[in-house]
Ligand binder design. Sequence first.
Ligand code: NFS
Ligand code: SF4
Length: 627
Amino acid sequence: MTMQDRAAKRSLDPATQQMLRLAAERGYETTWERLEAQQPQCGYGELGVCCRHCTMGPCRIDPFGDSGPQKGVCGATADTIVARGLLRMIAAGAAAHSDHGRDIAHTLLLTAQGKGGGYEIKDEAKLHALAAEYGIATEGRTKEDIALDLARAAYAEFGNQEGPILFTRRAPAKRVALWQTLGIEPRGVDREIVESMHRTHIGVDNDPVNLILHGLRTSIADGWGGSMIATELSDVLFGTPRPVQSQANLGVLKDDQVNIILHGHEPTLSEMIVAAAQDAEMLALAQQQGAAGINVAGMCCTGNEILMRHGIPVAGNFLQQELALITGAVEAMIVDVQCVFPALPELAACFHTKIISTSPKAKFPGATHIEFHEERAYEIAKGIVREAVLNYANRKAALVNIPRDKTECMVGFSVEAIVAALGGTLDPLLGAVKSGAIRGIAGVVGCNNPKVRHDYGHITLVKELIKNDVLVVNTGCNAIACAKAGLLQPEAAELAGAGLQGVCRALGIPPVLHMGSCVDISRILVACAAIANALGVDISDLPVAGAAPEWMSEKAVSIGAYVVSSGIYTVLGVAPPVLGGPAVTQLLTAGAEGVVGAMFAVEPDPEKAAALILQHIQKKRAALGLG
Ligand code: NFS
Ligand code: SF4
């Protein structure tokens, strides 16, 4: 295969293809080479039928059932092993999102106490709304006093023993009642995660159904708990997103400026780096180094956070992290937690690029570690920016190759912004759904995965949906894929069916609405709850669906589980490691419908995935009498 073909086979995105060709020419290793080196990947692992939970193992179940073992040393069956494995994935994903939420709550607490190193309370309206929800008095109190109570209340949700987690009450009453009947209403966020670890220890919970039900409970503690707290308190601290114009793809890097890439997840860090990069002292230092300025660009979800709140351009999604380094034009890639390849420092060593790790939770051999503490946030952020600026002189012009590709995008559709775009009420949207101008709404989210042609799953599915008058809302790496492909511009309405196109043109909005980072899938839940409540039905009655065409992370497993638990049919483009457990597979892809009113489907072909979603939407419309 020629280099051209291979690059095109690996990614749909032209900038990515260009960097992949360069990588092949120069011998830089990327995740795609490492995936090839892993072939053939372990079939037991793929099916989820291996277990290392104790040292009587490791055990594996023969998936063909003829000659090999059918039980682990302890007697665990394939379904028990698969269910335990899935529950641990959900717990890890819920932990990642929720620990992020906890850190935001901590930052709000410090800020309220006057100990936050430069943070402010930016959205007082949201502070008041959340205080009202928590029953916190606001009359005659300063915003710091209110924020202190709110931060403490939100903080307590993680360690609560009895619950309920307050934001679960945002779900329609029927949904909450269903969770209670099923015994899957979460108590505290941490409690459910700890219980997941307990149940999956050898010889505790051995019943696949009981294990999966606790998985749903843990995931609800993420979606309607940890993630929702992360979203809401981030809005209080950094402002609730409103539509803003920006640009996406590696072409946002600049030849003549200090390029800083912010990669990771927590806006507590990225917000401060953005501010420090605008500091007059830093700009003067950059000029002294011969740079025309400081150019900050985002990557992955922290990229989404600063994209939607400040219009900071986004350099790319998950699979572009190594390719950004290969441009040779990055002075520093600043990372915190989640989705950051351990491969980065070794690749960065081929260039002048510094990988700067910042979280005490996430260190990388070979990286420069400058620990970030919220109490001295601005000061530390300036120190980090200084490192990047001083590195500009080390850039090797001969190694610089910045692709030209960059695309305009309109981002920042929080629920508040959507309601504002609709003229202050959801009614126009409900009207459009009822009339059939909009057939339904799909949340398309999640990662990239080198097993799937980069961005192809995302873009093909989203285009197919809007063509059929399905309004798409997105987050995470799907949102960045869509930004790069030009789908987040109002002009993309021309790719939509006539009904959706009319709505978009009337409101001046794109047919694909960027709702933020992955924790902001909680915004999609809030929107679904509001629509369901307005129609007097449950979320499972709505013509809505979810999809993750290229997912890879444990966070995505937790998301999938809470989306289905919330009553939303979800199509996955990559199979989770459960297929070796027939009862678990049956439960997730069929039985769940009768339990929570929604189920999973696995469909790697994005066109077929779109067909499944359209069929589902049609079925729900018919049941609501909408035709
Ligand atoms: Ni979500 Fe965001 Fe991207 Fe996947 Fe990773 S960045 S939190 S996990 S890869 S969408
Ligand atoms: Fe094997 Fe059971 Fe131990 Fe797992 S818990 S390794 S199946 S003996």
